[in-house]
Structure formats: structure tokens, C-alpha cells
Write a protein that binds this ligand. Structure first.
Ligand code: F6P
Length: 550
């Protein structure tokens, strides 16, 4: 494969010129010029509709953007990932998330990997189903009612997001909770309400060495031992990890262990046994539908031409906004309450993957890479930070997600959500131009002085670019498609920027420093901090900690 970042291509320079050409043209004018804009700038495939007609572009720009996948040999990289080649070059690893969701006979990553993946999936789903239906019980033969997933980052955000999205609470059914933060309060709160006889802990940690997860696992183990005795541990702890030695010494029963592969990157791991709490929450059949949804998006990504390819188009909209329109943030705005955790999930997926500043061959990039991803569920967000999106100086690109039918609640109420989403998309695009405002003032009979004073405050410039991602209803298959859509988007952008989307060296340094600092936090006077800049701070914190203990 050749390393040819998009910014080195002829299309990139052409796009810069196009951005200058369009800079002063409001998006509403582009709409005005082209009544067929929706048809030209929207695509429906794999059960999703992507409407990018409110992006600030025209056909010339789209044509140049579509030259980028060829210029960077996207097809070559994509197929290398599917073959299981070591495309994570800094860690010398293949990247296996597409192999994790394969169906029998697909041979993704080779016949051996296919066999292992299918075998492990069957074991995990059988376990999940047995927990769910009460065939596997705790040490007191009580059915598990509370599942507590202990994990962080990729071992937490995916299952937590998906359980919130798909698990409709059933009376008496297992209820899944997710504990991640290093502070002990969340776990302490849960344990205060939990019945140890009906509680199952799942330790999700690829390495079984992550500070937060191990700390929680030890606390949970101690709590269980105090309540039920040490002999109960093997029936109340399951684990998903590569690290068998650590699982041995923790006391995880061999049948309650599920394996991972080295090439499974945490933020792409939901399809593996890391999804066991999701499988318990929704059942094996729905989990299979979730995988099938992702496979449908995989097939689309591999087969559709670039101009029809949803992940490619979504990636190109991002490149256009980030690299040519100086919009370095992306707000993710789901109009579906059950997708409330999607922004946090995508934040890790996009920023953990593409927050890089060197190319695959180690050269510094002089172009922007990942957007700052943030967001929150709408319509709440409308009453919170949309003001900034409409009229603030720091502008953002927007992804609005909209189901046609609600996953719960009255259909009639969902009509309000649809109206809100479409109204906002329109308002972001058209803005509120001075002519419209003046007509409003006229109707209201405002005095000239009042008009002059109010006009600058009430004008909305518009041209805030948004992509609308619509789908029939949030269900397991649709969630699978949506997540795979964004995974492939991240991959495409990484290839265009010429970076490695699959390592994460940036988070390792802070972990090492925290280990070195811990002795000084515990004893700031006896153990001076190895980092001189924090010694005075530690002393002040120690004073306050002592005050609190009195
Ligand atoms: O700190 C980042 C990270 O390494 C993620 O990539 C990973 O998902 C998370 O920590 C948790 O790691 P583990 O699954 O090994 O506990």
C-alpha cells in the first residue's frame, strides 16, 4: 500500500480554491439556486438516509472531495483491513473489528480467526442467555437481577451506550449498570443497594491491568467476600480479557472467561465479548441482529461506489468542514432519548482514533485531523447550548440523528421531536437574514430606534452546516448499522489524513505519570513528587485532606 495522505493530492489544492470561492455565498443561496438539492445531496442505503444538502458545498466541491478516496488508495487500505493485515503499524497488529461481526463462511481475517471468533461468540451468547433466563445463578441459587460491568474507555462506553439504547427495562429482568470512573462513589452507591446473592460483576479489561477497572474489581470482590464468603467469587465474577494469568489470580472461573484478540482495539470492541452485558440485557437473538446490522453496513462500505458510499460521504463532509471550512468541532445531536450516550461513545471513537499529529511514516502533519466531538440528546440540547450553535463565534458542524418512529413513548409526541429536528436543521442553514427580520419589525410596528438596536442581536447568519441521519426506528440492527457507519467514517478519515487510527500512545503517558505520583499523593512530605511542578499543589491538597479527616 502506498502512503499518500490526501493533503498531498491535487484535489486538496483544488478544494482550497473551492472553499475560497464559496466562502461568501450563504448556504441558503446554494439552496435557492438548486431546487433539486435534496436529491443531489442525499443518499439512502442499508436502512439509513443521509441528507447532506445543508452542508456548505456544491457539485464541484463534492466532485473534488470524491477524488480523495482514489488519491489515498482507500480501497487498498480497506481490503487490507479485511484481510487482517497489520495496518496498525506502530503496534504491528491487524485491526479486527470487522472480523468480530462476521457471519459463518466469510473468512474475514482468515479461516482460523473466523473459527475462533464464531466459537467464542457462541460461548458468550450461551452464557448471556443462561444468565438472562436464570439458568446460571449466583452462589445462593438466586437469579441474577443486577449486572455490574466494571471497565473503562472502550471496555465501558460501547456497552453502556448500547444497553441504554436497546435494553427496555423488563420487570425482574437483569438490569445492567456500568462503573468506570476511578472515584469510588458510583460503585459504593450501587453496592449500597445491591443484593450480593443476585449480583453478577463482569470485569471487562483487555489487559486486566487498567487502574480504574482493577481497583473496582478488588473493591467488588472484597464486598462480595464480606457478604457471601470467598467461595462465592467464581459464581459472581465473569471477565473479558486477554490476560489469563491475571484472571487466574483474581479467581475467575474458566467457564466465565471470554477472550479477546490482540488486534481488537478497545473503542472498536463492542462486537466482541466486551458486549456481553449488552447480550444479557437484550438477549442472544437481538445481539445477533445488532451484528447483522453492522455487517449490512460493512457490505455497503465494501461494495458501494464512493459517490454512493455512506461512510465515505460522512467522512468527506468532516474533511470538508475540518480542513477547508475551519470548523474543528462536531456536535452529535440525537433526537432519540435512548441515544443519549452516543455523543460520548463517538467522542472516544473519533478523537481516540484520529486525534493524531504524525503520519503513518512518522512525519508531522501540517493539516488538522480529528474534530473535537461533543454533543448531547435533543431536544434538551436546544434549550442548553444551541444558542451558541446558532449565533456564537465558535462555529461547529452538526450531525442530527432522527428516527421516524420513537423507540418508546407515544408516536404523537415523537412528531414534536421530528418537527424540532427539521426546524433546527433549517434554521441552522437559512439563519434569519436582515430582510426577514425587517419585515418582522414592520409587522410589529417597532420604532426606528428599537429596530436599529435589536437588529444585530436578532440576525442569525445561518450557513451552519448539518448532516441529517434518519432511520425508521432505533432497534438492534439499526444501532449496528449506525455504529459501523461511524467506525468506517473514522477509518476513511484516518486514511485521508495519512495517520494511524488504531493506536493511542497519547493516553499512555498520563497513566505512567499517575503511577509515579501516587506515593507522593499518599505522603507528600515523606515522598517529594517526581514532578517538581506539582509538589506545592500536593501539599495544599494534603492540608485540605487532613482537615476533612478531622
Ligand atoms: O486508556 C485508553 C485505553 O487503553 C483504551 O484504549 C481502552 O479501551 C481502555 O484504556 C481500557 O483498557 P482495558 O480494556 O485494557 O482495561
Amino acid at each position: 500500500m502506498r502512503i499518500a495522505p490526501g493533503p498531498h493530492s491535487a484535489a486538496w489544492n483544488e478544494l482550497k480554491a473551492q472553499a475560497r470561492r464559496l466562502a461568501e455565498v450563504p448556504t441558503r443561496e446554494l439552496f435557492g439556486r438548486d431546487p433539486g438539492r435534496f436529491e443531489r445531496f442525499s443518499r439512502t442505503a442499508a436502512g439509513l438516509l443521509i441528507d447532506f444538502s445543508r452542508q456548505h458545498l456544491d457539485e464541484t466541491v463534492l466532485g473534488q472531495l470524491l477524488a480523495l478516496p482514489e488519491a489515498v488508495d482507500l480501497g487498498g487500505y480497506r481490503e487490507a483491513m479485511w484481510r487482517g493485515e497489520k495496518i496498525d503499524v506502530t503496534e504491528g497488529r491487524p485491526v479486527l473489528h470487522v472480523a468480530l461481526r462476521q457471519a459463518p463462511g466469510e473468512r474475514v481475517g482468515g479461516a482460523l480467526l473466523e473459527h475462533e471468533v464464531l466459537e467464542e461468540r457462541a460461548r458468550m451468547l450461551a452464557f448471556a442467555e443462561a444468565v438472562r433466563t436464570g439458568r446460571i445463578t449466583g452462589s445462593a441459587e438466586r437469579r441474577f437481577e443486577r449486572i455490574i460491568n466494571l471497565g473503562i474507555g472502550g471496555s465501558d462506553l460501547g456497552p453502556a451506550m448500547a444497553v441504554h439504547a436497546l435494553a427496555h427495562p423488563v420487570p425482574g429482568g437483569p438490569r445492567c449498570e456500568f462503573v468506570s470512573n476511578i472515584q469510588g462513589c458510583h460503585l459504593a452507591d450501587l453496592l449500597a443497594q445491591a443484593d450480593p446473592r443476585s449480583t453478577l460483576f463482569i470485569v471487562c479489561s483487555k489487559t486486566f491491568a487498567t487502574l480504574e477497572t482493577l481497583t473496582h474489581a478488588q473493591s467488588a470482590r472484597q464486598w462480595l467476600c464480606e457478604q457471601l464468603g470467598a467461595a462465592a467469587v467464581p459464581r459472581h465474577f465473569a471477565a473479558v480479557s486477554l490476560n489469563h494469568r491475571a484472571m487466574d489470580s483474581f479467581g475467575v472461573h474458566p467457564e466465565y472467561r471470554f477472550k479477546l484478540w490482540d488486534g481488537v482495539v478497545g473503542r472498536f470492541s463492542l462486537w466482541s465479548s466486551i458486549g456481553v452485558s449488552l447480550a444479557i440485557a437484550i438477549g442472544a437473538e437481538a445481539f445477533a441482529a445488532f451484528l447483522a446490522g453492522a455487517r449490512a453496513m460493512d457490505a455497503h462500505f465494501r461494495q458501494a461506489p464512493w459517490a454512493e458510499n455512506l461512510p465515505v460521504l460522512l467522512a468527506l463532509m468532516g474533511v470538508w468542514n475540518i480542513n477547508f471550512r475551519e470548523l474543528p468541532t462536531l456536535a452529535v445531536l440525537p433526537y432519540e432519548e435512548r441515544l443519549a450516550h452516543l455523543p460520548a461513545y463517538l467522542q472516544q471513537l473519533e478523537m481516540g482514533s484520529n486525534g493524531k499529529s504524525v503520519t503513518l511514516d512518522g512525519r508531522r502533519v501540517d493539516w488538522q485531523t480529528a474534530a473535537v466531538v461533543w454533543g448531547g440528546p435533543a431536544s434538551n440540547a436546544q434549550h442548553s447550548f444551541y444558542q451558541q450553535l446558532h449565533q456564537g463565534t465558535a462555529r461547529a458542524a452538526l450531525d442530527l440523528l432522527l428516527p421516524a418512529r420513537p423507540s418508546c413513548g407515544p408516536e404523537a409526541q415523537h412528531a414534536l421531536a421530528i418537527a424540532s429536528a427539521l426546524a433546527q436543521a433549517e434554521a441552522f442553514m437559512t439563519g434569519y437574514p436582515p430582510e426577514a427580520l425587517r419585515a418582522e419589525f414592520e409587522r410589529e410596528g417597532l420604532s426606528p430606534a428599537r429596530r436599529e438596536a435589536l437588529e444585530p442581536h436578532k440576525v442569525h447568519a445561518g450557513s451552519r452546516p448539518s448532516t441529517l441521519i434518519a432511520f425508521p426506528q432505533l432497534d438492534p440492527a439499526t444501532l449496528g448499522r449506525l455504529i459501523a457507519l461511524y467506525e468506517h467514517k473514522v477509518f476513511v478519515q484516518g486514511v485521508i489524513w495519512g495517520i494511524n487510527s488504531f493506536d493511542q500512545w497519547g493516553v499512555e503517558l498520563g497513566k505512567r505519570l499517575a503511577d509515579q505520583l501516587l506515593p507522593s499523593v499518599r505522603d507528600p512530605l515523606g515522598q517529594p513528587a517526581p514532578a517538581p511542578g506539582v509538589q506545592r499543589l500536593l501539599e495544599q491538597l494534603a492540608l485540605w485532606r487532613e482537615d476533612g479527616s478531622r
